[in-house]
Design a protein around this ligand. Structure first.
Ligand SMILES: [Zn+2]
Length: 870
């Protein structure tokens, strides 16, 4: 069934591989990428690195330039530079022509040309400019026909831009000059010192940068608009056609408050020449922390319809995260990408901590909602990795990005902060930042600083939380006799066998909660598999117990039967929003573990939603309600339930007494779910109206409606899409049309899109990502099943050619679009037939497989027609 698609895909991938694979003779250091050995040997031999680069951006597809690399060598020995761009010219070393060896990945300068002490290497080179797959991204603005360029080198693309030592611990100062068309402007890490006109070009000269790792070098060029910023300290750049849509004041205020809160907390001044930031169109991440050119995702920073609280909080969290990186990551940098968690975990944890210190409402609830469920979902799979992830070669560094570093790492930092207390934590961070300023450090350095301040060894803590893969599960056992607690037991076990035996040391608080008395919080230290909570004994029987009150522990809490029974009837009575959010999470974890019937969860959600007052919690309930209805129940249950779920969502969306964010998330879920003929007719009618459920109808929702109707096989698909494109002529409209077509349940469309994902070099990567969900709509699972194995076959190509987060979205969509045992068997057969698949790729497949396996298990157990209990 897959052979045809597979063969054509293999040919396609082979054809689109340019340049040919480099040859490397016999020297392993000359292999593609940057091996850990190469990085280690260079790190020991070289120092005092400086780059002087002149680059012309006058041509559309190729940048041409020269670079002068200065460095000190400990002794006269071969020096290897990294470069995988399309062309280099003659190389001069220390003033003379040198016979060097270039293999498409590295340039070797022979020992005889290298002196002990200072050396200078000069060479011309070219690098690529393209919408995707190049170190310089070109974005074409369809509205005003302007081109915008920006670089995005993290983690391993600096060596696609220019010849360099591409490793984070050879920090260097860069002096850059850029030649650009006269109607453009440019920004870079350093302050602009001079702009000269020469013929049809402008040349920008930037001040020499502070010491930076190669992955943080950045520039942008194009007809950008500029907003000066508070005291001209924080200029904001945005493309001209969207300049009047930016909420400049609120962005500027948040940037300014993040900068001052972090300076105050760390006791370390902002460490770089300038803070400038820009909104990058079609940006493949949420943000990127280049000093002087910090980039944010334009699409999630400029709202095309009024934002929900969740969107606003997400934007603020991203701003604080990227600003925090200027200390954690930019100033003190990981030595190698195995310690990626060190910067990512900190940036996210600090973002929440600063908002808590500033007194913003419920930052730890947002922190929980944005991190813990994502971390737990991956960390309980057999594809999980330790927080510290061994990395043999920089070209696999993309695989180290994911929920473990972004969501688990901040979670364990919260546990560490709770363990050592606020003042030791803060003092330790200050010492860490001061002693490694503009340098590099490892996780051991961090734990040493915090351990010293706390006057305790954190070695065992590090072994359990940083080096050990997987996570603990805490099972609650509550025994009641005569209306009193006779015993409360917490049993800790690893979620997966790969963690091995042993207990994660843990400090937590257990809450015993009753509706008619004050909750009792009991601090508990866990150091054994079974912990009896002695302080609970003899207390009045609570309505429920929860073993991670205040979310300080990192672990999956499995509620006891009595607690879950009470909660599925009364969870809304818990007024503390953080606790209520975690209880919804704990009930959902029971659903995902096939211990609680999806229909029970659906009934609880439908009953509680109309009363839920917190926007963030309501949005989470809506997401899980949609997921349970779309994926976990049988066709018969669906016939029985879907109309009621639609009515609940529509009722909530239409209720003018509810906050906008709650109405909007219900509306979005209704649009995404609509299945009954009545609901589909409602959607179609909305397109001819100015409002939906009483909310003004704006373009993004119009596109969601069109995409959903297309996905449901509307006979009017083509005319609807064409009509919408006439109405929305922005580049965002073009992207939305591309996404809508992907959702068509038609064999020819799926085939065409799948080919274009690999072969169409004009496609922005972000467009492809946006289209994957629609392509893999679960209603079209039979149509897309033939692409499942080809999608898995393409992983090595994707790892080479796509940016950091793409591979996870790709797998999440192709595996996540399926829900059958047949699909699960296809994934398992693929894994069995590819024993040599690289470990990092196998782990990513296993992470996505886990969710499909749970879906199959839940459906096998409950989709046989279990009646609604509540
Ligand atoms: Zn980050």
């Amino acid at each position: 069934m897959h052979s045809i698609a597979r063969t054509s895909l293999a040919a396609l991938i082979a054809a689109s591989m340019t340049p040919p694979p480099p040859t490397h003779g016999t020297d392993p250091l000359m292999l593609p990428g940057v091996s850990r050995e190469l990085a280690r040997s260079r790190g020991a031999a070289l120092s005092n690195v400086r780059y002087q680069m002149a680059l012309s951006l006058a041509r559309r597809d190729t940048a041409r330039g020269t670079v002068t690399v200065r460095f000190n060598a400990a002794r006269s020995a071969d020096v290897i530079l990294d470069f995988r761009g399309p062309w280099i010219g003659a190389v001069r070393v220390n003033g003379g022509e040198a016979k060097t060896e270039f293999n498409g990945a590295h340039l070797r300068i022979p020992a005889r040309a290298v002196r002990a002490g200072p050396n200078v290497v000069e060479l011309p080179f070219a690098s690529l400019i393209a919408p995707a797959g190049a170190s310089i991204i070109r974005y074409h603005d369809a509205r005003d026909n302007n081109d915008y360029l920006y670089t995005l080198l993290v983690p391993s693309d600096a060596n696609a831009l220019f010849p360099c030592f591409d490793q984070p611990d050879l920090k260097a100062r860069m002096t850059l000059s850029l030649s650009i068309p006269t109607n453009w402007r440019a920004i870079a890490n350093g302050i602009t010192e001079q702009v000269d006109t020469a013929g049809s070009l402008l040349t920008y000269r930037f001040r020499e940068t502070d010491p930076l790792p190669t992955y943080l070098f950045a520039f942008a060029a194009g007809p950008w608009a500029r907003f000066a910023g508070v005291g001209h300290r924080t200029p904001l750049w945005v493309r001209a056609s969207r300049a009047n849509e930016v909420e400049v004041d609120s962005l500027q205020n948040q940037v300014a408050s993040a900068l001052s809160s972090l300076e105050r907390y760390f006791g370390v001044k902002y460490p770089f020449q300038q803070f400038q930031y820009m909104l990058s169109p079609a940006f493949p991440f949420g943000g990127m922390e280049h000093p002087g050119v910090t980039m944010f995702n334009e699409e999630s920073f400029i709202y095309r319809e009024p934002p929900t609280l969740n969107q606003r909080l997400g934007r603020r969290a991203t701003i604080y995260h990227e600003v925090a990186h200027h200390w954690f990551g930019d100033d003190v940098t990981m030595r190698w990408f195995d310690d990626l968690w060190l910067k990512e975990g900190f940036a996210t944890y600090m973002a929440a901590k600063m908002q808590a210190i500033e007194g913003l409402p419920n930052p730890w609830m947002s922190f929980y909602l944005r991190n813990k469920p994502l971390a737990y979902d991956v960390d309980q799979t057999s594809g999980t990795t330790p927080v510290w992830q061994s990395l043999a070669n920089l070209d696999q560094a993309k695989s180290n990005y994911g929920a473990i570093v972004y969501n688990k790492a901040p979670g364990i930092l919260k546990q560490l902060n709770y363990l050592v207390g606020d003042s030791a934590f803060r003092a330790g961070l200050h010492e860490f930042l001061i002693s490694h300023q503009y340098g590099n450090a490892t996780w051991q350095d961090l734990l040493a600083s915090i351990g010293k301040a706390a006057n305790r060894s954190l070695t065992e803590w590090g072994r359990q939380y940083i080096l050990r893969p997987g996570m603990p599960v805490l099972e609650q056992r509550l025994e009641i006799a005569n209306g009193r607690v006779s015993r409360l037991t917490l049993i800790q076990h690893p979620a997966q066998a790969l963690s091995g035996k042993g207990v994660w040391p843990m400090r937590t608080e257990v809450v015993l909660w009753s509706r008619d008395s004050t909750p009792v919080f009991v601090p508990v230290e866990i150091s054994a598999e079974t912990t009896i909570v002695a302080a609970a004994k003899g207390r009045r029987a609570p309505d429920f117990v929860f073993a991670n009150a205040n979310d300080n522990a990192y672990g999956l809490v499995m509620l006891d039967t009595a607690s879950v029974q009470w909660l599925s009837q009364h969870v809304g009575e818990v007024k503390d929003p953080l606790l209520r959010a975690m209880l919804w999470g704990a009930m959902w974890d029971l659903v995902r573990d096939a211990r609680l019937a999806p229909a029970t969860f659906i009934a609880t959600a439908m009953r509680e939603l109309p009363q839920e007052t917190d926007e963030q919690i309501a949005a989470g309930i809506v997401t899980r309600l949609s997921r349970a209805t779309a994926t976990y129940i049988s066709a018969a249950q669906e016939r029985e339930l879907v109309g009621a779920v639609e009515r609940t969502l529509l009722g909530l969306a239409s209720d003018a007494s509810r906050p906008y964010g709650i109405r909007k998330s219900a509306l979005d879920a209704y649009v995404a779910m609509a299945k009954t003929p009545g609901a589909l007719a409602t959607l179609a009618a909305w397109l001819d109206s100015a409002s939906t459920a009483g909310l003004p109808l704006r373009q993004p929702t119009r596109w969601n409606i069109v995409t959903h109707l297309v996905e449901r096989g509307s006979a009017r698909a083509d005319s609807m899409i064409a009509g919408e494109e006439r109405r929305d002529t922005t580049s965002s409209g073009k992207r939305s049309a591309f996404v809508a077509v992907a959702a068509k349940p038609a064999t020819a469309v799926k085939g065409d899109y799948f080919r274009r994902y690999f072969a169409d070099t004009t496609l922005n990567e972000e467009w492809v990502t946006a289209s994957l969900r629609g392509f893999n709509s679960s209603d079209a699972a039979a149509l897309t099943l033939p692409y499942l194995v080809p999608a898995l076959d393409s992983l090595p190509w994707i790892q080479r050619n796509r940016r950091i987060f793409f591979l996870g979205s790709w797998l999440g969509s192709f595996i996540g679009g399926q829900r059958s045992g047949e699909a699960l068997r296809e994934v398992d057969r693929f894994l069995a037939e590819h024993p040599k698949l690289a470990l990092d790729l196998r782990q990513k497949v296993l992470q996505s497989r886990d969710d499909l396996e749970r879906t199959v298990r839940i459906r096998a157990k409950y989709a046989g027609g279990v009646a609604l209990t509540p």
